[in-house]
Design a protein around this ligand. Structure first.
Ligand SMILES: NC(=O)c1ccc[n+]([C@@H]2O[C@H](COP(=O)([O-])OP(=O)(O)OC[C@H]3O[C@@H](n4cnc5c(N)ncnc54)[C@H](OP(=O)(O)O)[C@@H]3O)[C@@H](O)[C@H]2O)c1
Length: 253
């Protein structure tokens, strides 16, 4: 039980990578607050965790709304008795080259992928500072490190999230709060199914992506959950400000 006694808030816990992190953390003894916009998805994960002998609550909040973020953190702390780990996983993908992206479209992506995690960090920090095993894990992306054309707003949002991780790692270190980021490459989650409607086109995209990763496959949500588990656990107690690729080697290619 590598997270025994810890209390974790996981955003975007109703699907994909966030769901895998919530389930993995719960299996390692953490109590979980599952945050997202869709109650049914969060309740499914929370009740599965409960049936397996763990503890999880579902809290509906839209991270683009600072008042909702404040309330979600308050509800989590009240229900779980404090907070030790914040996982800023929720995010959206939007395509579009920079020349096709107007200010409103950029702002919408930043509101979700940057301002949301920013607000969660600000609300969580006073609670994390009271923990003996505090950390924040931000889920960025390899394309926030090494950009690809055609999704400018997304790349910009994830690059900024990496800088926020390192700024906060320095500022929170005196309070013994560690702050790290994970950069997944292509992982098989609903984010791609929402983007590519046609099942055949989706299969072709995922096959091409598998071939593009040196390890010859795309990622599973559980690959990212294992890295998050390490960063949240006492095994990583001297690790902060790290931007960790979990990417099948794609950043080397
Ligand atoms: N899959 C990949 O290839 C990949 C690669 C690199 C990075 N990532 C990053 O990994 C993270 C998780 O994505 P995923 O691939 O697991 O996709 P996903 O299944 O679509 O998960 C995203 C989650 O975020 C929630 N969410 C979205 N907007 C939200 C908002 N405004 N407030 C609260 N919750 C919100 C969604 O739930 P609701 O819609 O119910 O709110 C959903 O559960 C994202 O930050 C993504 O950018 C993914």
């Amino acid at each position: 039980m590598r997270l025994e006694g810890l209390r974790a808030l996981v955003t975007g816990a109703g699907s994909g990578i966030g769901e895998a992190i919530a389930r993995r953390f719960a299996a390692e003894g953490a109590a979980i607050a599952c945050i997202g916009r869709t109650a049914s998805k969060l309740e499914r994960v929370a009740s599965d965790v409960g049936r397996s002998g763990g503890r999880a609550i579902a809290v509906v909040a839209d991270q683009t709304d600072p008042a909702a973020v404040k309330s979600a953190v308050a509800q989590t702390v009240s229900a779980l008795g404090g907070l030790d780990v914040l996982v800023n996983n929720a995010g959206v993908f939007r395509g579009g080259a920079l020349s096709e992206t107007d200010i409103e479209a950029l702002e919408a992506v930043l509101r979700s992928n940057l301002f949301g995690p920013f607000a969660f960090c600000r609300e969580a920090l006073p609670h994390l500072a009271r923990s003996n095993s505090a950390s924040i894990i931000n889920i960025s992306s390899t394309i926030g490190t090494k950009p690809v054309p055609g999704c400018a707003a997304y790349c910009i949002s994830k690059a900024a999230l990496q800088m926020m991780t390192q700024v906060l790692a320095l500022e929170a270190a005196p309070h013994r709060v560690r702050v790290n980021a994970i950069c997944p490459a292509v992982v098989d989650t609903p984010i791609h199914r929402e983007r590519v409607d046609d099942p055949q086109a989706l299969r072709t995209f995922l096959d091409e992506m598998a071939a593009a990763h040196p390890l010859g496959r795309i990622g599973k949500p559980e690959d990212v959950a294992e890295a998050a588990l390490y960063l949240a656990s006492p095994a990583a107690s001297w690790t902060t400000g790290v931007i960790l690729p979990v990417d099948g080697g794609i950043l080397l290619s």
